[in-house]
Design a protein around this ligand. Structure first.
Ligand code: E4P
Length: 218
């Protein structure tokens, strides 16, 4: 399972990158706005930190021509740039065009299996179903991941399924059990995945008992 980090915060990206388990980055306009920095400054910092991992950057236009114009500008920033496009009619057309011309896309704001099917048919490299936002309105987000995976495998589409809108470690666990390709995870949840109270207690006990070991070589 690949781990992406869902943030535009460069410190979080650096910390996650130091763990050596990071496979990519996803951003969105909300995450970029949270940094309070100019768009290009944020993007360049990120691409500088991870020049060899996919970085999803979202278009701000909603019309086909505008999406392509922005995609062209963003794609020039690095070979690892993935253009994030919302699932709309214009979005699907843009995905088809960009993928045909060798630019990778990540179709975002997916909330139904049929939206995912269309994105896969358009040839998206990545698709991002939002599990947390579905859970928020009392739909089981993980069911969507499971249905999309079945459809993807039934027809052999090449799109990688990213579990997006991850809110807690259970989303990652359940996604891994379902067999999603990628989870894009906020830094806080990555930290939660590492922690376990029994690990802390066990480590404390080992350190204490280590004091009683005679003739320690180190
Ligand atoms: C996905 O690519 C989005 O950036 C993100 O996961 C949205 O998460 P949210 O629902 O917590 O805003």
């Amino acid at each position: 399972m690949k781990f992406f980090i869902d943030t535009a915060n460069i410190e979080e990206i650096r910390k996650a990158n130091e763990l050596k388990i990071l496979d990519g980055i996803t951003t969105n306009p909300t995450l970029i706005a949270k940094t309070g920095k100019p768009f290009m400054e944020v993007v360049k910092e990120i691409l500088n930190e991870v020049p060899d991992k996919p970085v999803s950057l979202e278009v701000a236009s909603t019309d086909y021509e505008g999406m392509l114009r922005e995609a062209e500008q963003l794609a020039k920033l690095g070979d690892n740039v993935v253009i994030k496009i919302p699932i709309t009619i214009d979005g699907l057309k843009a995905v088809k065009y960009l993928e045909y011309n060798g630019v990778k896309t990540n179709v975002t704001l997916i909330f139904s299996p049929m939206q995912a099917l269309l994105a896969m048919k358009a040839g998206a490299s990545y698709i991002s179903p939002f599990v947390g936002r579905l859970d928020d309105i009392s739909h089981t987000g993980m069911e969507l991941i499971s249905q999309i995976k079945t459809i993807r495998d039934n027809y052999g589409y090449n799109s990688q399924i990213i579990i997006a809108s991850v809110r807690n470690p259970l989303h990652v666990l359940e996604g891994a059990l379902v067999g999603a390709d990628i989870a894009t995870i906020p830094y806080k949840v990555i930290s939660q995945l590492i922690k376990h109270p029994l690990t802390d207690i066990g480590l404390e006990r080992f350190l204490k008992d280590w004091e009683n070991v005679p003739e320690k070589p180190f």
